[in-house]
Design a binder for this molecule. Structure first.
Ligand SMILES: N[C@@H](CCC(=O)N[C@@H](CS)C(=O)NCC(=O)O)C(=O)O
Length: 189
């Protein structure tokens, strides 16, 4: 847990941009669609548990610093006992099993009447042992098309994220995501 998340924190925002946008799987008080500035979302992280295995790691998303970019997702506010419960759960799901590290970033809600707030986000960095790094949309799609793990097929992970963006952020262009989706669908249909 980052040093600036005090144990007695009574309210905390947690920003999701991958599976957390469609399956947070922890209790929260409210959620908002919005974005964080200075990061781009990329399918550059490996997953040898949820959507792949040790021999055939799947590909899931992480954030890569890019001052010109922003990433859209969902922020969830946890309050009271939800703070400790969600952090305990996410520490296993994201850090222990997923290889992500947490940091605080500024989240900006889509509703411009609402204030920005600090949010906890989980990021897999390039020094992570299961980090896979850049590849072409075709190469990423080919890997996703053949991988499956404890929670299901890697293509489900891809399609649910693409569906989230189409439904909740239709104005946002995400060529990386949708080029991989198109390439993966061309392989499986
Ligand atoms: N940290 C990102 C990515 C989270 C993510 O996709 N983590 C993987 C762990 S490698 C996960 O929880 N997968 C669950 C699943 O695929 O059902 C987020 O905020 O959504």
């Amino acid at each position: 847990m980052p040093q600036d998340v005090l144990p007695e924190t009574s309210s905390l925002w947690i920003f999701g941009y991958g599976s957390l946008v469609w399956n947070p799987d922890f209790s929260y008080s409210r959620s908002k669609v919005g974005h964080i500035q200075g990061y781009k979302r990329r399918f550059w992280h490996g997953d040898n548990f949820y959507r792949g295995d040790k021999d055939t790691p799947g590909r899931v998303v992480t954030l890569v610093e890019d001052l010109e970019a922003c990433t859209w997702g969902v922020a969830y506010e946890v309050t009271g006992s939800q703070v400790e419960e969600s952090l305990k759960y996410l520490n296993v799901r994201e850090a222990t099993r997923g290889g992500y590290v947490s940091k605080m970033v500024e989240f900006t809600p889509r509703d411009q009447d609402e204030d920005a707030s600090l949010a906890l986000v989980y990021i897999a960095t390039s020094d992570n042992p299961i980090y896979l790094g850049p590849a072409s949309p075709a190469e990423i799609a080919a890997q996703i098309a053949i991988c499956r793990g404890h929670t299901g097929h890697n293509i489900e992970y891809l399609l649910r994220l693409a569906d989230f963006m189409r439904m909740y952020c239709p104005e946002v262009e995400d060529d990386h995501l949708f080029s991989i989706e198109a390439a993966a669908l061309a392989l499986v249909i």
